[in-house]
Design a protein around this ligand. Structure first.
Ligand SMILES: C[S@@+](CC[C@H](N)C(=O)[O-])C[C@H]1O[C@@H](n2cnc3c(N)ncnc32)[C@H](O)[C@@H]1O
Length: 315
């Protein structure tokens, strides 16, 4: 057995034995996903690098393609692998926002509140578009994934009441992103009951709607947009049963892993940058499973106020 195969089988036994609820695979998703077995994960909750928005500072990074079609093609390929490793009843919950053309600017200054905005490059205006055009990149990706075989089931609007202010004077400020819910098959696992909302009079429950109003959260260690836990939770509750396994191929600061622990799921995250792996490990150590009788019964090793130790596998 070679080193990778050994690590993978260790990953599998760790995940399935329930001793380590979160595993981090350090490396490029374009290589690491291919090492994972078919039909493993109940759902995938993730947010890939956006096109031309963040400089993660490495050669060949996803999001730094000069052509938008190359960006879409790279992500379609990554999510084809995600589809392979999802169970046949699995779902993908994909967070992505639209962007604007750069208007000819070739770089972007950092700003004190958001260091990750600094860009040493800005992609050119895509062919067929003009400076100032809104690029419907979120929908381009959703349609490309649909064409690649995914079932596109929902476009959820993440409304951010505390969105970043914009200095633009000739259009309204962007205060939303999308979560696309896609499935591998026509029929799939979806626990509607677990995410029902209160009716306006507060007296009963109704099916969850497609506009989710959730504030953004900052993470002092990470210079990129982290998921608010409240955004991840409904995706995970609806998309996986307790004890299920969730994948985040762009793990960042590990928010999906934190919510997995809190809700009694297991999680595998892939992250390219070692400093982000370290941030994720630190954040995961602070999480305790929420008081939840089922989960406590299902996992005899989980003590309610004891953080999990989360080792990282370097595959
Ligand atoms: C938008 S951030 C995800 C943030 C995450 N949802 C959180 O809550 O922290 C995207 C992440 O993908 C990582 N990434 C970018 N390209 C990658 C690649 N090729 N393989 C693995 N991770 C990658 C970046 O380093 C970054 O941490």
């Amino acid at each position: 057995m070679n080193a990778s195969a050994e690590s993978i089988s260790c990953l599998q036994s760790d995940i399935f034995s329930g001793t380590n609820p979160v595993q981090i695979i350090h490396g490029d998703v374009r290589q690491k996903l291919s090492l994972l077995p078919d039909d493993t994960f109940n759902c995938c909750v993730t947010s890939p690098p956006y096109w031309g928005m963040r400089d993660y500072g490495y050669e060949g990074q996803i999001g730094a393609e000069t052509e938008i079609n190359d960006y879409i093609a790279h992500l379609v390929k990554v999510f084809r692998e995600v589809r392979r490793v999802l169970r046949s009843d699995g779902t993908l919950w994909l967070n992505i926002g639209n962007t604007y053309t750069s208007g000819g600017r070739t770089w972007r200054q950092s700003d004190a509140k958001n260091m990750g905005r600094a860009m040493s490059y800005r992609p050119d205006t895509p062919t067929g578009l003009k400076p100032k055009d809104l690029i419907g990149v979120a929908w381009m990706l959703a349609m490309a994934l649909q064409l690649d075989g995914w079932y596109l089931r929902s476009d959820i609007i993440w409304h951010k009441p505390n969105c970043q202010p914009e200095s633009v004077k000739d259009r309204v400020t962007v205060s939303h992103e999308y979560i696309f819910m896609l499935s591998k098959s026509e029929n799939y696992y979806f626990d509607q009951e677990s995410i029902k909302e209160r009716t306006a009079d507060g007296k009963s429950l109704k099916n969850k709607r497609t506009v989710w109003q959730i504030n953004t959260e900052s993470c002092k260690e990470a210079h990129f947009a982290v998921f608010p836990k409240a955004l991840v939770r409904p995706c995970m509750l609806a998309g996986s049963p307790k004890g299920g396994i969730v994948l985040d191929p762009f793990f960042g600061s590990g928010t999906v892993g934190m919510v997995a622990i809190e809700t009694g799921r297991k999680c595998v995250g892939v992250e390219l940058k070692s400093d982000y792996v370290d941030i994720a490990k630190q954040r995961l150590l602070t999480v305790t499973p929420t008081l939840d009788l089922d989960f406590a019964e299902g996992n005899q090793t989980a003590k309610r106020h004891e953080p999990y130790i989360t080792p990282s596998l370097s595959l």
